[in-house]
Design a protein around this ligand. Structure first.
Ligand code: FEO
Length: 397
């Protein structure tokens, strides 16, 4: 149960908290998540976004604490993904199947395809304003941020931006606003950006420029996940600007896995070499860290270093999992290097370098390969690789 909160005059947050969610399609959500939904009352009553299917009854119950759901006149759907559209059938059955759903052209197509049901879709265009009762809603399509159907809804009089997934965080707590939680929420927002939006960073940059040109008054940003930005909405916009620029920092992330601790020994020596040059380094064993936490560290790093033993002429399976994930999210502006031990064939470093090349990372060294267990000479080579990575990074900042 979620106590509806009046976030502005006659505008309520009525969504649901998913306390138990721990894996959101491959993204670790240690603190659950929320599916935010907003009820805007006036001469017409409008519901902005719904929730995941299994929370449909809870959403109706929350709405009922404010008005009879049958008095809702229309739904605005900013995004077709099922965590926001899954309960549309339940909501429409309750409020009236023929009532309009306002969404983008792709929204109508994708909602229909996801739910295998048709509705009374009213397709809106980028930049369109629609007056419903005594309120005017403006729509801004945000294609591929992060689905083709994504859009923002803006209420100019109140200066409220309903931003769908953008500016969200997977966080279910007892606080609902940025001023209540403070900067503790920023790492959650950074993780969300790294795992959901990083791939689309150039589009984020364009969107931020477009929004700046429109000179919108933004008093509040209401995303579909996590807390609402009401105290200082410009803070999260500034973070998005920084994250989407992908400017490298003086920080190295090393990810590795090991079969008999040889690659671990190499990773530790590379770490020492990097630290000897006063560069920050994060050593992340892929058996201990979730791939989504690794990505969160990578976005601000200037260098990515990957270590893998060779197993069956290939890289280690856990490393392959993380590399596939990293590659899909397309981190940019990084130098890269590989290392790993092997028994007889030793393809891992070569395969990692090929992956780096496909990711358009700048490979600064052929990498260090060690047969079986590293001796002192091998460990010195690893230390020297660390020094080279750190020096190269410092030169490029
Ligand atoms: Fe929260 Fe793209 O759905």
């Amino acid at each position: 149960m979620y106590k509806p909160i009046e976030i502005a005059d006659k505008i309520y947050s009525v969504g649901c908290r998913d306390w138990d969610m721990r894996d959101f399609h491959g993204y670790s959500t240690y603190e659950g998540t929320t599916y935010n939904s907003f009820l805007v009352l006036g001469k017409k009553n409008i519901l902005i976004d719904t929730v995941k299917e299994k929370f449909g009854n809870e959403l109706l119950s929350n709405i009922s604490r404010i008005i009879d759901p049958e008095k809702i006149d229309a739904v605005i759907s900013n995004h077709a993904e099922m965590d926001h559209s899954g309960s549309i059938p339940k909501i429409m059955n309750k409020i009236g199947r023929d009532k309009p759903i306002y969404c983008s052209k792709m929204g109508a197509k994708n909602i229909k395809a996801n739910l295998n049901k048709d509705f009374n879709f009213h397709v809106i265009k980028h930049g369109e304003n629609i007056t419903l009762g005594d309120r005017t809603f403006s729509f801004l399509e945000t294609k591929m941020l992060h689905w083709p159907d994504s859009m923002f809804t803006y209420l100019a009089d109140e200066g409220i931006l309903f931003s769908s997934d953008a500016f969200g965080q997977h966080f279910a707590g007892d606080m609902f606003f940025d001023d209540e939680i403070g900067d503790e929420i920023i790492p959650h927002a950074r993780k969300y950006y790294a795992n959901i939006l990083l791939h689309f960073s150039s589009r984020v940059q364009s969107l931020l420029k477009d929004v700046a040109k429109m000179n919108l008054k933004i008093n509040m940003i209401c995303p579909d996940h996590g807390i609402i930005w009401r105290d200082n909405p410009s803070k999260i916009i500034e973070h998005y600007d920084k994250w989407s620029k992908q400017e490298p920092q003086k920080k190295v992330v090393i990810i590795f896995d090991s079969m008999w601790e040889s690659t671990t020994k190499m990773a530790k020596q590379i770490t020492s070499g990097i630290e000897s040059e006063d560069v920050n380094v994060r050593l992340m064993n892929t058996r201990k860290w979730h791939r989504s936490d690794i990505l969160t560290e990578i976005i601000e790093a200037g260098a990515l270093v990957v270590g893998s033993p060779t197993l069956n002429n290939n890289i280690f399976p856990v490393i392959a999992d993380v590399m596939t994930y990293i590659k899909g999210l397309k981190p940019q502006n990084k130098i890269a290097a590989a290392f790993g031990s092997y028994g007889w064939s030793g393809e891992a470093v070569k395969i990692l370098n090929k992956e780096f090349a496909e990711m358009e990372l700048d490979i600064i060294d052929d990498g260090v390969r060690v047969q079986y267990v590293p001796d002192e000479d091998d460990l010195n080579k690893c230390f020297d690789l660390g020094v080279k990575i750190a020096k190269t990074l410092k030169e490029r900042l």
